[in-house]
Design a protein around this ligand. Structure first.
Ligand SMILES: *Cc1c(COP(=O)(O)O)cnc(C)c1O
Length: 373
């Protein structure tokens, strides 16, 4: 199978961290206009909320909630950051890439008391230094990224969730690029808030983010929002009372996401999706190694979501030209985002299959020959 069998829209293939290649049926789910009070639409929203909890192995009856928030993933993260931490709270922020830095920017804008621990982009956050910082006292919240899409590194959550519990901190996780394809044990990791979005591993189209939360932690967000539109508590209340978004919902995007969830289930759930992405990743790694490209991350730290490659050390290599030549062949790759190294990225996620990776590798081999590096 390759995406061409289900992608008769003849779009370019997106080897990116999102927006991603989606199936034709997900795109077709957007062909209806729903009124926001249409009972059919309200049921779509209700089922999405239930199914997101189910995907995480959680239940509403066990004290967990799913809240949907308009906007891209960043809006969801900012919603949690700007609502969960009270005025007198203090955040310990773990950073090893651009998405951690983005949270640092948020807390600065909202004047939230924060200590940031910055680790190298090819290193995991270090438990010992985190505990050392926590021992200083005064922290109420810990935030970190699960899959740092900057490099493709996957950070373990459990040790930091355990530390959050030990030091009575609320644990906030940006699992944007991993949720739905990298299993997470919510309870073992003591997660209070986890954020992801419609256009990553669930393979919907962009337009909203979602927050899975412990109900008790969510309740504490009442009257703490620093903005009107990103008020997480109010959004939750709106969805609970009448199933409505407070402001215009992205109706088409939600319909597409509902279909994407059905397709994820049909594929076999999180583990099956993980298997497909891992196959994509392995096909890419083998092929790129054969073509002489070098990986930025050591193998033990490299996740199967997105791969980072050094620019070849050859004057004939120019990323812009490389990108354009692949683009002309209908393959979209992604620039790098690292602070210290010149790299580009290739995503393994979306409605893509190992055959699509093979096609990309063939194109890369052609371009390499053409450019003469
Ligand atoms: C994609 C992503 C986000 C959100 O980015 P948006 O452009 O707002 O969708 C946040 N964190 C991580 C780790 C991501 O991969």
């Amino acid at each position: 199978m390759n995406s061409a069998t289900t992608n008769t829209a003849k779009d370019k293939l997106l080897f990116t961290p999102g927006p991603l290649t989606t199936s034709l049926t997900v795109k077709q789910a957007m062909l209806n206009d729903y009124g926001s009070r249409d009972i059919k639409f309200i049921n779509i929203v209700k089922e999405i909320r239930e199914q997101l909890l189910e995907l995480a192995g959680l239940k509403q009856q066990e004290g967990y909630e799913a809240v949907l928030m308009q906007g891209s993933g960043t809006f969801g993260v900012e919603s949690v950051i700007s609502c969960a931490i009270p005025k007198d709270g203090r955040l310990l922020l773990l950073i090893n890439g651009a998405y951690g830095e983005r949270i640092a920017r948020m807390v600065w804008i909202h004047s939230i008391g924060t200590s940031s621990l910055i680790f190298d982009e090819d290193q995991w956050p270090d438990e010992e230094s985190v505990e050392e910082e926590l021992k200083k006292g005064g922290f109420t919240h810990i935030a970190m990224i699960h899959g740092e899409t900057t490099s493709g590194i996957i950070n373990s959550l459990e040790p930091f969730g355990k530390l959050a519990k030990k030091y009575s901190c609320v644990f906030i996780v940006d699992a944007m690029s991993t949720f739905g394809a990298v299993p997470v044990d919510f309870k073992k990791c003591n997660i209070d808030f986890l954020v992801s979005s419609s256009n990553k591993c669930i393979e919907g189209v962009p337009g909203f983010s979602f927050i899975l939360a412990k109900k008790d932690s969510l309740k504490k967000c009442e009257n703490q929002s620093r903005t009107l539109s990103l008020d997480l508590f109010a959004q939750w209340q709106g969805l609970e009372n009448g199933g409505q978004f407070r402001f215009t919902p992205p109706t088409h995007v939600l319909a597409a996401f509902h279909q994407a969830l059905a397709e994820l289930k049909q594929e076999g759930g999180v583990n099956a999706r993980a298997t497909r992405y891992r196959k994509n990743f392995e096909a890419l790694r083998t092929g790129m190694r054969n073509l002489g490209f070098k990986e930025y991350l050591p193998s033990d730290k490299q996740g199967y979501i997105i791969s980072t490659y050094y620019y070849p050390e050859n004057p004939a290599f120019d990323f812009k030209v490389f990108y354009e030549k692949l683009n002309n062949r209908d393959f979209i790759i992604y620039p790098g985002k690292l602070t210290k190294a010149s790299c580009f990225r290739i995503g393994n996620i979306g409605h893509l299959f190992p055959e699509d990776i093979d096609a990309l590798l063939t194109a890369i081999a052609e371009v390499k020959q053409e450019m003469g590096f």
